[in-house]
Design a protein around this ligand. Structure first.
Ligand code: GLV
Ligand code: GLV
Length: 321
């Protein structure tokens, strides 16, 4: 019997699987982000830690939980909240939840794309406030997407899913940039590889799908925003710090770009000063993977990874430095 500590309540199916194997499962009783101290206190002595992207898991936390800790299963595809090197040094396996949320995140990104281009949120507010006085030729003019260029930064699973749908069903011309060129994806989806600079210059919509690494922090800052077209939109459903949020506020204020949609924020859950005052931005609270179906599947995957490690097997979704 092993002890598993879960830092916040997650869909029941995952927890049930662990209990079925007669493991001791401890779930934080608080429906909020725990401090590192609390994670150590509640997790002390655990063999497995199931944590969230809001938990900063560093060497100190790992040592606090104790030397019996074998696996850290992140309830997310991104894992920038975990110090991988510290885990490696301690022989702790780290896992994530890729695959199951690909379509879900793609769908949210596409929802934001259409909402931006057709000014859905602004128009909804306008109509609710009773300001609609009758059809008008110039009321809420948006932008067509058909035939326009979509620039995907980061052609992983999520980027490819968006490329497939937007290039196929919605007839956008898709270009992409990634640190590695993927000729298979190019052939399969008919997308074109370009430099980041060319992508920023040519795209009508830029969508970010890279992990947060030292090399991608502030990948989009003042210079990149100025390289984008004045008529273009920027979407971020990856990680907040990929964009210099202060520079984005300036770019939106000065109309360097036409609009933006963010599901993630540089100093989450805080918003950069001025961000929420802008009309040409749509904000959602980090919900791109938030569907009933997907959050359940994420719980199942995190659980499967934990059980594999506890049984001495290779987990399906180990991540490495
Ligand atoms: C959500 O942001 C995730 O990484 O799963
Ligand atoms: C994440 O699943 C990605 O590869 O985009």
């Amino acid at each position: 019997m092993a002890t598993i500590f879960i830092t916040r309540n997650i869909p029941e199916s995952g927890i049930a699987q662990l209990k079925q194997k007669r493991h001791k499962v401890i779930v934080s009783p608080h429906d909020r982000v725990l401090t590192q101290k609390e994670i150590i206190l509640m997790g002390k002595g655990s063999d497995a830690l199931l944590c969230l992207l809001t938990d900063a898991i560093d060497g100190k936390v790992m040592d606090g939980i104790g030397p019996q800790l074998k696996v850290i299963a992140n309830y997310a595809v991104g894992f920038d909240n975990i110090d991988l090197r510290a885990a490696q040094e301690r022989n702790i396996v780290v896992t994530n939840t890729p695959g199951v949320l690909t379509e879900t995140v793609a769908e949210h990104t596409i929802a934001l794309l259409f909402a931006l281009a057709r000014r859905i949120v602004e128009a909804d507010t306008f109509t609710r406030k009773g300001r609609y006085k009758g059809w008008a030729p110039m009321l809420f003019l948006g932008s067509d997407l058909t035939g326009k260029t979509l620039g995907i930064v980061g052609m992983g699973r999520i980027g490819a899913e968006i490329a497939k749908r937007m290039g196929g069903a919605f007839q956008m011309n898709v270009i992409y940039h990634d640190k590695v060129r993927n000729k298979e994806v190019e052939q399969e989806l008919g997308v074109t590889y370009v430099s980041l600079n060319t992508l920023l210059k040519k795209s009508d919509v830029v969508s970010l799908h890279v992990p947060l690494l030292a090399s991608t922090r502030h990948l989009i800052s003042a210079k990149e925003l100025q390289t984008m077209k004045k008529t273009s939109y920027l979407i971020n459903t990856s990680r907040g710090p990929i964009i210099d949020e202060k520079a984005l506020v300036e770019a939106l204020k000065n109309k360097h770009i036409k609009g933006a949609a963010l599901d993630v924020f540089e100093f989450e859950p805080k918003l950069a000063p001025g961000l929420s005052k802008l009309e040409n931005i749509i904000l959602t609270p980090h919900i791109a993977s938030a569907t009933e179906e997907t959050r359940g599947k994420m719980a199942d995957i995190a659980t499967r990874n934990i059980l594999a490690v506890l049984e001495g097997k290779t987990p399906p979704n180990a991540v490495r430095v």
